[in-house]
Design a protein around this ligand. Structure first.
Ligand code: FNR
Length: 390
C-alpha cells in the first residue's frame, strides 16, 4: 500500500486535455454522493448513455481545399455566433446549461466561479432556479467582471425557471430575474415530476450543511429550500400557461426539454423565441430518444413555419465535433451541463474556463478540417453521414 501511495505522489499530474480528462479528475475529487448526483441519470441510464453514443454514431465527411486561414486570427471571429435575432453574440456556439446547486462542486464560489468563466469566455450562462447563490448576487458578479476585467466580453445571463405550484412565488422569481438584468427566460418543461434517480435514493442524496437553493429561501410559507427533491414543481403546467408567463415578462422565452416534433411546432405557434431540444441530460424519462437523434425531425417540423425560432440542443456534448454535428443539423448552439460541473470541481473558475476553451479549440479545428470558414458554412457544406451503423 505504501509503495502505491509513494508512486502516486511522484507521478506527474496528467495534463487535462479534454472534457473526459476533467470528468475523471473531478471524480477523484468529489464525494461519492456528489459525484453520483452530477453524473448519473434515471432508471437504467440508457438515455444518459445514448446522448453521447448518438453523437458518435454520426460520421463527418469533410470538404477539402478551402481557404480556412481566417481561423488562425487570434480570437478568431469565425466561430462567433449570433442568437435571438442577432440581439446576442457569443464567442462560439456553446452555452452554459442550467445546473442547480453548483456549490456542491465548488463550495467556496459555486455559481460565482461559473459566471466569471462565462464572462471571460464571452458566452451565456443560464442560471438555474436551484442555484446555490442568489440570482441577484450572480448578476452583480457578472456586471462587475465585465466592468473590471473583461470590458470586451459579450457574455449575457439567462434565467432558467421552474414553474412552482405557488404561482405568485413563481411570478416573483420571473420579475426579479428581469429586474436583475437577465436577458432571457428559459422555462424548463420536462420536470412535471422528478425522474427516478436511483443513485440519489441509494446514497441517499442530501444537502450538506450551508448549501441550499438560495433563490427559494425567502418564501417562508414553504419548505422549498429544505430539500431539493421536495420542491413542488407544478405538474399542471400546460401550453395555456405560456400566455400567463408572457403576460409577466417581456424577456424572450425559450422552452427547455422538447423532444417531440409536434411540441416543437406547438412552441412556434405559441410565439416563443427558442427551444432547447433536451431530455435533461438523461435525468428524467429513461429510454427517451437521444437529443441529437431527435433534432432532424424537429428541424423538419418547424422548417415551414413563418415565425422562425432559435433551436438549441443539450445532452452528451463532449467534443468540438459534437458541436459541429449539432450545428450541421440546424442547431443555433449547444448547451453543456456536466462538463461545466467537472471543470468547476477540478479548478473553480479556471476549470470551467479551461473546459470552454478546450471545446472552443476542438470546435475550431473541426470547422477548419471540414472546410468551414464561417458558422453558416457548417450547414451549407453537407457534412454528415447519418445512420451508417458503424
Ligand atoms: C441539470 N439540469 C438542469 N436543468 C434545468 O433546467 N434546471 C436545473 O436546475 C438543472 N439541474 C441539473 C443538475 C445537474 C447535476 C445536471 C447534471 C443537470 C439539466 C441540464 O440543464 C442539461 O439539460 C443537461 O445537463 C445536459 O446534458 P449534459 O451536458 O450534462 O450531458
Amino acid at each position: 500500500v505504501e509503495k502505491k501511495s509513494e508512486m502516486s505522489l511522484t507521478q506527474p499530474i496528467r495534463a487535462l486535455l479534454n472534457v473526459e480528462d476533467y470528468h475523471q479528475q473531478a471524480k477523484g475529487k468529489l464525494s461519492q454522493m456528489t459525484y453520483d448526483f452530477y453524473s448519473t441519470g434515471s432508471d437504467d441510464q440508457l438515455t444518459l448513455i445514448d446522448n453521447q453514443l448518438a453523437f458518435r454514431r454520426i460520421k463527418l465527411r469533410p470538404k477539402i481545399l478551402i481557404d480556412v486561414s481566417s481561423h488562425s486570427a487570434i480570437n478568431s471571429i469565425s466561430c462567433q455566433t449570433q442568437l435571438l435575432n442577432s440581439t446576442m453574440t457569443i464567442s462560439f456556439p456553446c452555452i452554459i446549461a442550467p445546473t442547480g446547486l453548483q456549490r456542491l462542486a465548488n463550495s467556496e464560489y459555486g455559481e460565482l466561479a461559473t459566471v466569471r468563466a462565462a464572462v471571460a469566455c464571452s458566452t451565456i450562462m443560464c442560471v438555474s432556479t436551484m442555484a446555490s447563490i442568489g440570482m441577484e448576487r450572480i448578476a452583480e458578479e457578472h456586471r462587475e467582471q465585465i466592468k473590471t476585467n473583461y470590458p470586451q466580453s459579450t457574455s449575457q445571463l439567462w434565467y432558467q425557471l421552474y414553474v412552482f405550484t405557488n404561482r405568485q412565488y413563481t411570478q416573483r422569481l420571473i420579475e426579479h430575474a428581469e429586474r436583475c438584468g437577465y436577458k432571457a427566460l428559459v422555462v424548463t418543461v420536462d420536470v412535471c415530476v422528478i425522474g427516478n434517480r436511483e443513485c440519489d435514493i441509494r446514497n441517499p442524496f442530501s444537502l450538506p450543511e450551508g448549501i441550499q437553493a438560495e433563490n427559494l429561501i425567502d418564501d417562508k410559507s414553504s419548505d422549498f429550500a429544505k430539500t431539493y427533491r421536495q420542491a413542488p414543481i407544478d405538474a399542471s403546467l400546460s401550453w395555456k400557461d405560456l400566455k400567463w408567463i408572457r403576460s409577466i415578462t417581456s424577456l424572450p422565452i425559450i422552452l427547455k426539454g422538447i423532444i417531440h416534433p409536434d411540441d416543437a411546432r406547438e412552441a412556434v405557434k405559441h410565439g416563443v423565441q427558442g427551444i432547447v431540444v433536451s431530455n435533461h441530460g438523461g435525468r428524467q424519462l429513461d429510454t427517451c430518444q437521444s437529443t441529437i437523434d431527435a433534432l432532424p425531425d424537429i428541424m423538419d417540423a418547424i422548417s415551414g413555419e413563418h415565425h422562425q425560432i432559435d433551436v438549441y440542443i443539450d445532452g452528451g456534448v463532449r467534443r468540438g465535433t459534437d458541436i459541429l454535428k449539432a450545428m450541421a443539423l440546424g442547431a443555433k448552439a449547444v448547451l453543456i451541463g456536466r462538463p461545466v460541473s467537472w471543470g468547476l470541481a477540478v479548478d473553480g473558475m479556471q476549470g470551467v474556463r479551461n473546459v470552454l476553451d478546450i471545446l472552443k479549440k476542438e470546435f475550431r479545428v473541426a470547422m477548419m478540417l471540414c472546410g468551414c470558414q464561417t458558422i453558416d458554412d457548417i450547414r451549407k457544406n453537407n457534412l454528415l453521414v447519418m445512420n451508417n451503423n458503424s
